[in-house]
Design a protein around this ligand. Structure first.
Ligand code: KG4
Ligand code: ZN
Length: 330
């Protein structure tokens, strides 16, 4: 049952920017009353990546399927909804458009404001909606957003006031995981498969160069890394005997993962130190990578910082992030 406290704010979130179709109702920015998320990953896997038009059609189908259950489950809260929030503008355009028009319809029907949310920045909100984090991060903090489409380092003064210190100049970290998985014939989405495959390999087996790792700024560049892995595999795979192929792939996956994570950790360390920040908050699908977290803890030991990384599924895309983060705009 909904509480009688009129100070409570309820926001209904809609997320369709990529391959997750998600609806959520979140109270006061942190308490998930209900969330239903359908992943389309399997539908896109056979194409080796997300196909935007297919994603849009699947979102329509999934919304039709999940809406009856969702609205039945939140029935008693419906009169208390203060706003509808939608992951808007950024993402795959046909997919984003489905969510935008669905959310506009809901806001019109409920006669509440429609809040258009930048879902990339909303990734930072993962630990606020993840109930495993009873204590939330203090401001200011350094935010590392590592998703399929974006890699951003930003200093957050408040939930909505932030300064971008650096970002990727080409491919995003998640995108690079996906591309390397594809060239190793490991499937989609690449991040979790690379992480799993890497566990069987030696991360020091091969050395891959990485542009901008030592640059005096906070930017990243990952497309050169993907290319050097591609050339290395093309040159060497044929020389490896059949019975060793599995080990070769595991070593390449592990060495690639170590290289990209080292590059991320190096710039995080530099930003924490130079901006004298004591808290690091991570968000986006790549934040689910355990090796990234291990190396972050290990390499920042001397800085005596606190690290907050949401658990799956709050690292990746979902409507709770959108509804939760939107609370800051009410
Ligand atoms: O944030 P997200 O769910 O969607 C976007 O907004 O893009 O991130 C998806 C990305 C994909 O590129 C996926 O391969 C990557 O996050 N990812 C991972 C892991 N889990 C998901 N990358 C590395 N390790 C993981 N465990
Ligand atoms: Zn995302």
């Amino acid at each position: 049952m909904a509480t009688k406290n009129t100070k409570d704010k309820y926001i209904l979130g809609v997320e369709t920017t990529c391959d997750e179709t998600s609806l959520a109702l979140v109270k006061n920015g942190t308490d998930i009353i209900e969330e239903i998320t359908i992943s389309q990953a399997k539908k896109h896997a056979k194409h080796g990546g997300v196909v935007p038009e297919l994603a849009a059609r699947e979102h329509i189908k999934n919304l039709k399927q999940l809406a009856p259950d969702f609205f039945r489950n939140i029935k008693t809260y419906i009169p208390r909804i203060n706003a509808v929030a939608v992951a808007a503008k950024i993402g795959l355009p046909p997919a984003v458009a489905v969510g935008e028009s669905y959310a506009l319809g809901l806001a019109t029907k409920l006669q509440v404001p429609l809040l258009e949310i930048n879902h990339v920045i909303a990734h930072i909100w993962g630990v606020w909606v993840d109930k495993d984090f009873i204590v939330k991060p203090d401001f200011p903090f350094l935010g590392l957003i590592v998703s399929g489409g974006h890699t951003i380092l930003a200093k957050f003064e408040t939930p909505t006031q932030y300064t971008i210190l650096g970002q990727t100049l080409d491919d995003a970290a998640g995108e690079t995981f996906d591309k390397v998985a594809k060239l190793l014939n490991l499937g989609y989405p690449g991040g979790p498969i690379i992480e799993k495959t890497a566990k069987q390999g030696d991360e020091l087996a091969y050395e891959f160069p990485i542009p901008l790792k030592d640059s005096n700024d906070y930017n990243f560049s990952f497309s050169g890394l993907k290319t050097s892995v591609l050339y290395f595999v093309k040159k060497n795979k044929g020389l490896v005997p059949e019975y060793m192929q599995e080990f070769f792939v595991a070593d390449v996956a592990a060495s690639f993962q170590y290289t990209i994570i080292k590059a991320l950790v190096k710039k995080v360390y530099k930003a924490l130190k130079e901006h004298n920040l004591k808290t690091l908050v991570i968000g986006g699908g790549v934040a689910a990578n355990q090796r990234l977290l291990d190396l972050l803890y290990q390499e920042t030991k001397d800085l005596d910082i606190q690290i907050f990384a949401p658990h799956i599924p709050y690292a990746g895309d979902n409507a709770s992030l959108i509804a939760g983060y939107a609370y800051n705009f009410l």
